[in-house]
Design a protein around this ligand. Sequence first.
Ligand SMILES: NC(=O)c1ccc[n+]([C@@H]2O[C@H](COP(=O)([O-])OP(=O)(O)OC[C@H]3O[C@@H](n4cnc5c(N)ncnc54)[C@H](O)[C@@H]3O)[C@@H](O)[C@H]2O)c1
Length: 248
Amino acid sequence: MRLQDKVAVVTGAASGIGMAVAKKLATEGAKIVIGDRNAAGVEAVADGIGAAATAMALDVADEGSARAIIDRTVALHGGLDILCNIAGVLDFGRFEDIDRRRWDRVISVNLTGVYHMCHAAMPHLIERRGAIVNMASAAGLVGVPYNSAYSASKHGVVGLTRALALEFSKEGVRINAVCPGGVKTPMVQQAPPENIDWQMVMRSASWLDSGEMAEPEDIADTVAFLASSDARRITGAAFPVDGGQTAG
Ligand SMILES: NC(=O)c1ccc[n+]([C@@H]2O[C@H](COP(=O)([O-])OP(=O)(O)OC[C@H]3O[C@@H](n4cnc5c(N)ncnc54)[C@H](O)[C@@H]3O)[C@@H](O)[C@H]2O)c1
């Protein structure tokens, strides 16, 4: 129960890693407010968790929506200790096919969405000397072919994490990023487009050598650790949880 009486917001909690993070934080004793664009899905997750969880419809790409979930959390629980930015979208495609609409969608959710949430939450996190955990990706540490917008957005999340960690170190707010390799979630079950060199994508993902992708719970364990006081000396880290994919 490392997070007893802590108050946490988790985005992207209707599915995959976000859902696993919500369950893990609640198990560790936190009161959580969970948001997702899939309002019915996040409601069902909150129902499954029980009294510790409150669900809210959320579009992280919308500044007002991001501010609303933070304001509601503070109104409900009197403050905020932990922000977990997990919501994200993947868009596989040849660079020639990534038009401005597709580029903007990925950047606005994966990168601007993290900015919106951090910006709204920061004054409250300063009050409680809290922590942020951002979901980046192995694609935020190395390039992944046919993932131009996604890789750019996740490199951006790593850069934002490092800059904020330095800027808010005096206020005692810790900001870290987690960089998973492949994780078994609906995101990676989308069929890739046919006009890409899939073998090239495979070669860039060493989890395939072991034949194994991570479970969402593997990533949630790292998020909970970074959010807890066990990680009190860790800030500005981009933490790979990738089975060695980015090791060399
Ligand atoms: N699955 C992987 O292999 C993998 C690897 C590295 C990083 N990640 C990252 O982990 C995070 C979670 O991904 P996942 O694999 O669980 O995917 P997922 O598709 O299962 O879950 C993503 C969730 O984010 C929500 N979402 C999307 N856009 C949103 C928005 N604008 N506002 C609020 N919610 C929104 C979706 O509704 C969904 O519930 C993402 O940031 C993803 O980039 C995933």
